[in-house]
Design a protein around this ligand. Structure first.
Ligand SMILES: [Mn+2]
Length: 355
């Protein structure tokens, strides 16, 4: 399996087509060394730290660990996220220190803004950052050198790995609280050490973090065994709709299902993974009817099948193997349209000899 995260709707690197063959080559992203980031931090005092909207475990855990690192360096730092911290990450050390857009003290003027795994300022959805000194730390292939200092390492299995290296370079001692945040980020962003990109160095970092005080069993319990009942019940309803046709599988929930079960948006996250978990399925589709009757679509794929190509046709985007888009309802029509696009994409790949 390739690396997948729950962060959808990221603007992907433009895919290029070459004589009908879809390029699978990663593009070269200009990056400055870690020393440039450290130097930029050492020269400044007040920092605003943020990450992408709809934050995932890597965004939250890495943000907290970076904040602790800067505090240990004697800096003044504030954490700000556009969207609320997902419930499962709210028990992380100092998670209550992360502010929402309304929570930042008026008149706080940072000397620099650090953006974690954002491919643009817009990805954070925060306003008024453009004229600030920006530090961009990213590990996604969609990374962009949009900032004043750009450290992009697409080989890092999580941005947590980069934050750890930064703390190490700054000679900051990693506390058990930092280790807990970094381990949580690493565990979630590697899909519990399942996704492609999980390497010996990923495990070496995990080992180090456990030695520094991260408790794997407790973190796993917080992440995977603390679900609300509504999430399990929503999954149950979705699985009764599961269908498969060749290498495509799909499932859905209606807005009525959500209301009846008292399910939140967060409860619907990850349901698509049950469909991609079927042997021989290359593309999985999860459709969710929203209150406004629009249909939110989550797409997942295996190996070289890039679902971003499908999501983009409907104005969406995302990662190569995890994308999303929004279609008009009703759900039956949306299902038909998205499945047509998915089948057409698989057909084109077959012609190009990619599958
Ligand atoms: Mn990440």
């Amino acid at each position: 399996m390739k690396k997948r995260t729950m962060t959808e709707q990221r603007t992907p690197a433009s895919p290029t087509e070459n004589g009908g063959r879809i390029e699978t080559q990663a593009r070269d992203i200009p990056s400055q060394p870690i020393a440039a980031v450290l130097d930029a931090i050492q020269k400044r005092h007040r920092f605003l730290l943020t990450s992408h909207c709809r934050p995932d475990g890597d965004a939250v855990g890495s943000l907290l660990a970076l904040w602790m690192t800067l505090n240990a360096m004697g800096k003044h730092a504030e954490m700000l996220l556009y969207d609320p911290v997902p419930v499962i990450y709210r028990t992380l050390p100092s998670a209550d220190q992360i502010r929402g857009v309304a929570g930042l003290a008026a008149g706080f003027e940072p000397d620099a803004v650090v953006l974690l795994e954002c491919d643009s300022v817009g990805r954070s959805r925060l306003q008024g950052l453009e004229d600030k000194f920006l530090i961009n730390i990213d590990h996604h292939t969609s990374g962009n050198p949009f900032a004043s200092v750009n450290w992009i390492d697409t080989k890092a299995s999580a941005v947590a790995e980069m934050v750890y290296r930064l703390a190490d370079a700054a000679k900051v001692a990693v506390t058990p609280a930092m280790a807990t945040c970094l381990y949580t980020a690493l565990l979630s962003d590697t899909g519990s050490f399942c996704y492609e990109g999980t390497s010996a160095s990923t495990f070496a970092l995990a080992k180090g973090l456990v030695e520094l005080g991260a408790n794997p069993a407790r973190i796993a319990e917080d992440l995977y065994f603390s679900n609300p009942l509504s999430k399990m019940q929503l999954l149950g309803v979705a699985l009764t709709t599961l269908q498969r046709d060749g290498s495509v599988a799909w499932l859905w929930v209606t807005h009525d299902d959500m209301v009846r079960l008292g399910a939140s948006d967060e409860d619907a996250l990850g349901i698509v993974n049950y469909a991609i978990g079927i042997s021989g399925v290359e593309i999985a589709v999860f459709l969710r009817e929203m209150a406004d009757q629009h249909i939110r679509v989550s797409l997942r794929s295996k190996s070289t099948v890039r679902v971003t190509h499908v999501a983009e046709q409907f104005g969406g985007g995302g990662h190569e193997n995890a994308s999303g888009c929004t279609l008009d309802g009703p759900i039956a029509t949306a299902t038909e349209r998205i499945l047509d696009a998915v089948r057409q994409h698989l057909h084109l790949l077959a012609i190009a000899g990619e599958t």
